[in-house]
Design a protein around this ligand. Structure first.
Ligand code: ZN
Length: 451
């Protein structure tokens, strides 16, 4: 064998169990006792968990926002992902009204191919005007493109979808096996509230949550899941941030709607109070951070299975970029870093502090994203025949989060100064060691396209 990871506690969907993992040609060939097996490389994982490599289904590398491009490139972003135990990520093939969907995907792949060290794929972004491309959407979904992302709130009206566009997209995807992803906030209501705040000169970052209250998320979820019910489409709601939004998802699911829910670490760890801080502008993201009751409700959704995935919505900017907009939250680019810290932060807050079973964490970060986005059985679990994407995770290590120590290309971290318990010791991508105790060992051209 090429590699044996011995004496670790392997995190399987059925629970953690002590086992050795044998790896050959990048694939897991055995999980169990390997006491007499030989390998060219042996890792002692005593005292460590062995997690399936993380799959982050929501990142924005090199995203042009109009104000600035998100500061992690495919190169730096994928390195940071690997260093934090995420071995695959899904980004977006960007909307462009003048290009066919195939062209948009080609264009995005031109940016990523040969420049990512982790495995990767893309969701297709759809804008409202793509209602003229229903045939293309159908063809692409029939050809295996799994996921299509829409925005119910967006500052470009060619992009922002209403009920009519959602229904047309949902009809096509329902028969072609595509997944409709939705940013669920009511765009019209956001605009009305923003204009009202603007008219009163209320443009400090502290007002951002008032322009996008929890109710606009809940109502948008009602609209899209009503559409899912009437068309039979499967819907994935990105970055659910509120208690009321989550309740709507529970209710529609109970009525038989096929809905998947994602949340992000920042909604589980931070509240809107940060916007009142002097550097509040740095925390701006859409949807905004919410209240303590929302945070607690999201943790409950994680425990009871209402939430299927925890993704990062990674979209970082330099401090100096956001600082320019500290007097005008409307103009500021929105987004937070997180692709590197997802596993350790969720382990520390979820498993250590809140008693979340470790196998449930593995499902949220890897198993469920793999199944939902069609990456199973190669990805998503530690099992014979699967890719040897593995994280040897040391639950004893204590790290204080600091932007300067991390690999993400930003000088801001929303969790700066927070102590977390547990950190990856080694990370393997298809059997190759890509991270070891703080040092990135991967190669920029090694990421494999998963489309
Ligand atoms: Zn996003």
């Amino acid at each position: 064998m090429d590699l044996i990871i011995r004496n670790g506690t392997v995190v399987t969907p059925e629970g953690p169990r002590p086992a050795d993992i044998g790896i050959e040609d990048g694939t897991i060939v055995s999980v169990g006792s390997q006491s007499d097996a030989r390998a060219s490389d042996v890792v002692d994982a005593s005292g460590c968990y062995v997690f399936p490599g993380g799959i982050d289904p929501h990142v924005h590398f090199e995203l042009p926002t109009g104000k600035a491009v998100s500061s992690d490139s495919f190169v730096t972003g994928s390195e940071a992902a690997l260093c934090g135990g995420t071995t695959s990520f899904l980004d977006f093939a960007l909307f462009d009204r003048d290009r066919s969907l195939e062209d948009r995907l080609r264009e995005r792949r031109r940016a990523a191919d040969g420049r990512t060290s982790a495995d990767y794929g893309f969701h297709m972004e759809l804008g409202a005007v793509d209602i003229e491309r229903l045939g293309e959407i159908r063809n692409m979904a029939n050809a295996g493109q799994r996921s299509f992302k829409t925005y119910m709130a967006f500052d470009n009206r060619e992009v922002e979808v209403g009920e009519n566009e959602l229904r047309r997209f949902a009809e096509v995807l329902a028969d072609s096996g595509g997944l409709l992803m939705v940013h669920a906030e009511e765009g019209g209501e956001v605009r009305r509230l923003q204009e009202e705040l603007n008219a009163h000169g209320n443009l400090a970052p502290v007002h951002h949550p008032r322009a996008r209250p929890a109710e606009i998320e809940a109502r948008a979820i009602d609209i899209v899941l009503g559409t899912a019910k009437s068309t039979g489409a499967e819907v994935y709601v990105v970055h659910v941030s509120s208690r009321v939004g989550l309740e709507r998802i529970r209710e529609w699911r109970a009525k038989g709607v096929r809905v998947r829910a994602e949340t992000c670490p920042h909604y589980l760890l931070l509240t809107e109070d940060v916007y009142a801080q002097e550097h509040g502008v740095q925390f701006l993201a859409n949807p905004p951070l919410k209240k303590l009751e929302d945070m607690e409700a999201l943790w409950e959704g994680i425990r009871d299975g209402t939430i299927d995935t925890v993704a990062t919505d990674h979209c970082p900017f330099a401090r100096s970029v956001k600082m320019r907009y500290r007097d005008n939250f409307l103009q500021a680019p929105k987004g937070l870093p997180g692709v590197e810290t997802r596993l350790p932060v969720m382990f520390s807050e979820g498993v250590v502090r809140r008693g979340l079973p470790v196998e449930r964490l593995a499902e949220l970060l890897s198993g469920n994203p793999a199944r939902i986005f069609g990456l199973s059985p190669a990805k998503g679990r530690v099992a014979v025949g699967g890719d040897a994407d593995l994280v040897v995770f040391d639950p004893r290590r204590e790290i204080t989060i600091s932007a300067t120590d991390l690999h993400m290309n930003t000088d801001f971290n929303p969790l700066e100064g927070r102590m977390v318990q547990g950190w990856p010791a080694q990370v393997f991508l298809r059997g190759r060691r890509v991270y070891h105790n703080g040092v990135f060992l991967g190669c920029d051209a090694d990421g494999r396209y998963l489309g």
